[in-house]
Design a protein around this ligand. Structure first.
Ligand SMILES: Cc1cc2nc3c(=O)[nH]c(=O)nc-3n(C[C@H](O)[C@H](O)[C@H](O)COP(=O)(O)OP(=O)(O)OC[C@H]3O[C@@H](n4cnc5c(N)ncnc54)[C@H](O)[C@@H]3O)c2cc1C
Length: 474
């Protein structure tokens, strides 16, 4: 499917559109204006400068850094401006992308190839006829249907507006008393919010329903996270399920834990209803089903980011791992392909990193639990290295876990925790995984060394050599 729509023609059409009926035919329509949507718009524009590109965003902001919201709430980022990568007028002038904020797509009519949207400011219905469409509607936080969940003081963290509200709430009440917060969910967002709220001076309790924190990583790393939280005065309640919320004299209580505010960090679900209602197929975890070109089951319609599934590089299976990195990469490729290219999206490894106070944790590929679930035969190799040479002051321990297939020596996944240079070290291992390397080759890599940055045998090499030894001995 190729788009021949020229900017000239669309401009000519515009007069009819707005005068007679609210119909506007464009080359490419994109629904959703954050990471995936804006990457798609920019890539399409780069590939085909003649194509008219329209981006519909239901909120007021585009291209914002949701990942930085915990640091905005903590005050490390000062203003909303710091969260914005691109403003609508810059996208319009600099990139010639027509941006409609406050414009919510309500339906996709595949037969007549148009998106039916509502202008949220005027309530007017506007139809955008398209040659190509990219759905980049992202994901929404999971909000449990529990009693009292709508009470004032209960928040989710996803959009800029959420960050503004939480910050305002703390500014308003935090000056009057030492506030207490409950964070529900010990995943990445829950943990980052524990740090953020604690930095604002709140007393924080973390409630996690399973027996460990950071369930996306193995227990060895989760235990380190728990240690650091406790060191910073965060109360951790595991194997505890929240059954509802009560509002008592302006305070919220979650079961028997009292608080002034509650943050729900219980995961996200893909915003795929728009696609589903249009008859587009859904896949893993109800995310939009896509092929290797990010095409959906409807011709000329692509999906990218947190609303879409992806292929896992290690298992070759479809997965739903919503991350900003993936949203940007998928968005770019969906945008290119919507102009007629056939670029392949090469998949994901779930490479992720986070900081919990001074502890950096990172992962790529499969964890031990995931390898078990996928039926791999594997060994887990655990080593402790250092971030700097022994001879150089202030080196910090680095804890490394490798998941290795013993029959082939292939690395299946890696995790790390430590206080210095862990997060970026994981990227070396992501490169190894992306290229299907085994521990013999990883152990032979020529990595850099100087005392302030590494040990002469980097922890990456030490772990690979230890794995190689164990395999050879077996
Ligand atoms: C607190 C936090 C920390 C995070 N940290 C990290 C991190 O460190 N690293 C990382 O890789 N990822 C991180 N993420 C995840 C990352 O932010 C998301 O993966 C990324 O934002 C997904 O981008 P997206 O464009 O697919 O979806 P979204 O960011 O959800 O954007 C979708 C957009 O579509 C709009 N939209 C939805 N429906 C419609 C409609 N019908 N009509 C018009 N517009 C619509 C929405 O308003 C939204 O702006 C974090 C997320 C949060 C919340």
């Amino acid at each position: 499917m190729l788009f021949l729509t020229r900017k000239r023609r669309c401009l000519d059409n515009k007069a009819n559109v707005y005068k007679e009926n609210p119909m506007h035919r464009v080359g490419l329509v994109i629904i959703g204006g954050d990471a995936a949507g804006m990457s798609a718009a920019s890539a399409a524009r780069r590939v085909n400068p003649e194509l008219e590109v329209i981006l519909l965003e239901k909120g007021e902001y585009i291209s914002y850094a949701a990942c930085s919201l915990p640091y905005f709430i903590s005050g490390e980022l000062r203003s909303v401006e710091d969260l914005l990568a691109l403003k609508p007028h810059v996208a319009e002038k600099g990139r010639e992308i027509k941006v409609f904020t406050g414009s919510e797509a309500r339906a996709i009519d595949l037969e007549r190839r148009r998106v039916i949207a509502i202008d949220r400011r005027t309530g007017q219905e506007v139809h955008y006829a398209f040659d190509g469409l990219v759905i980049a509607t992202g994901a929404s936080p999971i909000v449990p249907q529990l009693a009292g969940v709508d009470l004032k003081g209960i928040f989710t963290i996803r959009r800029i507006e959420d960050g503004i509200e939480v910050r305002r709430f703390i500014d308003q009440w935090g000056s009057k008393r030492r506030m207490k917060a409950v964070v529900v969910g010990g995943g990445h967002i829950g943990l980052e919010m524990c740090e953020s709220l604690s930095k604002r001076g709140l007393k924080v309790t973390l409630i996690e329903k399973t027996d460990r924190l950071l369930g996306t990583m193995d227990v060895e790393i989760g235990d380190k996270v728990e240690e650091v939280l406790q060191r910073h005065g965060i109360e951790v309640l595991k194997e505890k399920t929240v059954s509802g919320f009560k509002g008592v004299s302006g305070r919220v209580s979650s079961g028997d834990v009292e608080a002034d505010m509650v943050i729900l960090g219980m995961g996200v679900k893909p915003n795929s209803d728009l696609a589903k209602d249009a008859g587009i197929e859904l896949g893993v975890a109800s995310a939009i089903k896509v092929n290797e070109h990010l095409g959906t089951s409807a011709e000329g319609v692509y999906a990218a980011g947190d609303c879409a599934e992806a292929i896992h590089v290690v298992t070759g299976k479809k997965v739903y791992i919503p991350l900003g990195t993936t949203a940007n990469r998928q968005g770019g490729i969906a945008g290119e392909n919507a102009t007629g290219r056939k670029t392949v999206f090469k998949g994901v490894l779930g490479t992720a990193m986070t900081k919990v106070f001074e502890l950096e944790v990172a992962r790529t590929g499969l964890t031990g639990s995931e390898a078990t679930r996928e039926g791999f035969d594997f060994i887990k190799v655990e080593v402790r290295g250092s971030s700097r040479s022994k001879a150089y002051p202030q080196g910090k321990p680095i804890h490394v876990l490798y998941i290795v297939e013993p029959r082939t020596g292939r690395l299946l996944g890696a995790e790390m925790a430590g206080e210095e240079w862990v997060a970026l070290r994981i990227d070396t291992l992501a490169s190894c995984l992306f290229n299907g390397m085994d521990v013999f080759d990883i152990g032979a890599m020529d990595l850099g060394y100087a005392p302030p940055f590494a040990t002469v045998w980097d922890p990456i090499l030490i772990a690979a050599n230890e794995a190689a030894k164990r395999i050879s001995r077996a």
